[in-house]
Structure formats: structure tokens, C-alpha cells
Design a protein around this ligand. Sequence first.
Ligand code: FES
Length: 602
Amino acid sequence: MTVHVDFEPVGRRGQCPTGSTLLNCARELGVDLVNLCGGGGTCGRCVVQIMEGEVSTPTSSEGKFLSSEQLAAGYRLACQTVPLGNCKVRVPPESLTTPQRTQVEGEELPVAVEPPVQTYLVTLDPPSLDDLRADAGRLLEALAQQYGVMVSILDLAVLRELPLRLRGEGWQVRVAVRDEEVVALLPSAVRPLGLAVDLGTTKIAAYLVDLETGRTLAVKGVMNPQIAYGEDVIARLAFAGESPAQAARLQELVVETLNQTAIEMCAEARVAPAHIVEAVVVGNTAMHHLFVGLPVDQLAKAPYVPAVASALDVKARDLGLHFAPGATVHLLPNIAGYVGADHVAMLLATGVTQAEGLVLAIDIGTNTEVCLVNHGTLTSLSCASGPAFEGAHIKHGMRAANGAIERLRLVDDRVEYQTIGGAPPVGLCGSGILDTLAQLYQAGIVDSRGRMGEHPRVRDVQGVREFVLVAEDEWGDGRPAITFTQKDVRELQLAKGAMRTGINVLLEVNGVTSDEINQVIIAGAFGTYIDVASAVAIGMLPRLPLDRFRQVGNAAGMGAKLALISKTKRREAQAIASRVRYIELATAPQFATTFAQAMYLG
Ligand code: FES
């Protein structure tokens, strides 16, 4: 038995099993609804509006998040609502996880191109009655004779296509060799390709690279489709932990996205995914494990141990990727359960591990990883900054999509703001949220404890104080107000407090103070767009001269690219991972007191 569900304005409609929640129907039909708690009814973010049709009666969770007026207007939590027949559902923009601006650019370090896969144009003598050597032996002998390259293994998938390819290509092929193995046969005029991927919890950045020149041919940023199953690592691990089928679903989703992304980038560069002979993937340890299909239960429970920390080489086909038949996916090493290969890639790309003096490198995300480089020693930790700066748990928070307020200033009692795409305001994205808090704090409207005081734009709504950023009547088109609430301030204090605690604990265990920091490197999408002055104003980052901060964009993606085109950089990544001293933040003796202090603004 099924019901017909129509999601608008995204225009996705179809049959869904009777008894499924609207959240599950949305998943079935490929509508990416925000669901921070993975459907538990505790985050209140999967809000939809029932336009037509009958649905189940509101649950107590919905009563907590939706006012009686909203319920009367048909607003519901998708994870709590079951269609009782065919229905039409409106999805407000802030409940959709896409589209989102994704950060793919980063600073590139110059590096000698020295890829792990080399290609050789080989011409073979066709067999005859006097020369009955098998195709494989003939190829390997030609490689040895023409290039002095001694290869002993042919990947089985390559072997399977060898007879047809040799005859089809007129006995001349470009042979791709990795270590001592033939991993692909390419047409003679084709250059080998590589794919570097930064597999983030929220976003995926991919770079298609010419492996001979190291030149980037195409870049693409897409959302991680696993978001439909939980926005942060914890929710994702919980979903995967429920059954092997659910873990497999998360793996498939990423693989499908990578296959599709490779197709689109190859079309743009007029090349073929079948010519991708090597890929490098970096991500946090959870993304890494889910992608490879490793168990994640142990990652979700103390003491949060990864299944594997060293670098891995896996056949792309074993993961479901449609690249060259014997292509390899290289995964950079992880450091610990919550400091993964993306941190290693960031350290590799920024070159901070060779920095003189005291350097802080921060990759801000749902989990923020911080490394303190202290005259050559590396100490890293991860802090659960949470998705507040992705707009989650913030009343009018949203991702960086069209209409998101990305910059905001208070001028006297006026609010000046800039939105992404110049569109009418819909909500606040991370950089806008940060600016708002900094402006309210600097104007004295929010004090250092985070209490919101009196102001002509401050009002009380159902006992919660809020600052009106965009009033109801401001646009004259009936759009709702955009406000910043006392609760939002508290959420941000937690996020900012977690980050600052990480920084302070690193300084303390190294016996240094923040004044001694020579440089602060800020990586990651959110870090790229923030106004550093705002981050310093609220005390998220240490108070240092602004010229000591460097925003480097997607350094993890750049690190993946370096490891793709340079074997030396790949070895360096391994060395970095083994040099890092990891600290489990929650068990650091100074954690509780440092965190309590770090919650203060300013
Ligand atoms: Fe529905 Fe969280 S409340 S997904």
C-alpha cells in the first residue's frame, strides 16, 4: 500500500509506503530535508507545511517546536508526521539542505609532479604462427624492452579486457603502471587522470587533475548526500550503527555522488571517467570509515578508536567507483577517532609543519580540528563545535544558500546586511551569524555572559528575548521576520567556547600563551568566509593583530591534490600523521575550567 506525496516547490512527487513519515518519504523521493537529529523529533529543523491531504495528529515533540498558530497553518515536523492519504507538502527553503555554496578553492603549494601512476606508450608485435606468446606476456616483455620497466602483475580487470583492447587499438596502447602492477590500458593519445576528493561531513570538494602535468582540469563542490541521514558525525554514526544495510546506504550515497561528480567534471574537461587511474580521498575518520565500509560502532563509543589509522590503498571498483578498471583509491592516514585524514591533508597543504615559531592551524567545521605547531612539535585535538555555524540550532540559521545574510553591521539602531546572491533575506548563514553576535556584543546589547539586554529592536516572544534583524513589514511581501534570539546566543557561546577551549588547552599543554602565536591559519569553507575581526571580537579566536591571521580556503582539498600528484607529499603525509601528538580534549585535566571561561564573550 502506498500514498502519493508531492513535495513543492522542489517538484518531487511519487508513491511512498503507507505508514512512512514525511521525512522518510522525502528521503525516498530524493528531497534533502534538514534533519539534525536524524528523525528523532528533537532538533525541530525538518519543518514542512501540509498544503493538501490528511496527516497524523501532532506529537508532543511538535508541540515543543511549533506554536499553535503554526500548527493551525499546517506547519509540521516531517519526522513526526505520517500521511494518511495522498498529500501535498510545501518545503520552506530553510528546511532544504541544498543548494549551498561550497568552498573548493584553496591555496596551492608548488610541487614537483611525481604521480604514483606512470604511463608508457607501448607498441607490440602482433602474434603470428612463429610468435605464440600470450597477450599478457607480450605486453610485459614490450614494457621491459621499450622502457626498462619491470612489471609482474596485471590487474585482473585489465587482464580481462587486454585481448580486445590490444586488437582494437592496433597493438599500440598507453599502459598505466602503479608500483609493479598494470592498472589500466588507455588509448594512445589519452593522458592519465587523477581525482582528489575532500569528503566533508557537509560538503564534498572534488578536483579532476591531469596526472602528467599536475594541472587541475575541473573542480566541483557538492553537498554530502548523507546529510539526509543526520547533519553531524554523531547522527551519521548513529544511523549507520542501526543496521549494516543503513551503513551500506551511507556508503552508496557517497559513491553515487562521486561517480556522478566525476562524470560531470570529465564532461566539462572533455575527458572520460574511465581514464581516472588514481584517486586520493581525505575526510574525517567517520567519513573515511563510512566511505570504505569499515565498522563505525567503535568510533561512536569511548575511547573512540578508529579501525585503521595508517594510509590505505583500495581498488576503486571495490568501493563501487566507475573509474579505470584497476584504478586505486588512496586514503591518507587518520590520527585518531576525531582527527582524521582531512586534518593531515590540511597540515600538508599549508606547510605549517615546517613553520618556525608558534603557529596555530584551525580547520573550522562541525568538528573543528586544531593543531599547534610549536617550534617543530605538533599537537592536535578536535573540538565539537557543532553545526551552529552551519545555521543549525539557530532560529533563523541556514546554510550558505541564496538569500542567506552573510555580512551584517549595526549602524546606530539600523541593521545593514548583505545576502548571498543579493536575494531578499531568508535567514542567516555562518558568517552572518558570527557577525550578528559580534555586533550585538560590541554594541553592548549582549553582555560578556551572553545576556541580551534592552534595545528598541529587542522584544520578547513567548518568554524568549530576541533581536529583530529584519522586521516583518520590512520587505512588504509578507515574509516573516528574521531574528536572533537569546537561545541563539547560548548556542553560539557553546560553539565558540568549544573552539576556544581547544585552542587554550593546546596553548596550556605546550606551556605557551596566545600572545606568542606568530600566525593563525584558518582553513575550511566557513573559515574562508568569516570576518576574522568578528571572530576575535567574541573571543572565538585569540586577540592578535589581524595581519597574523591567514584564511587559506579548502586546505584539506589542496592536501588531497598534493598527495595525488606527488609520491613525496604522500610520504610526507604519513610522516606528519606519525609526528602529531593527539590530545583527547574531553579528558584534558584543564577542560572543565577552560571551557567555563571560554564561554564568556570577548
Ligand atoms: Fe525532525 Fe529533527 S525534529 S529531524
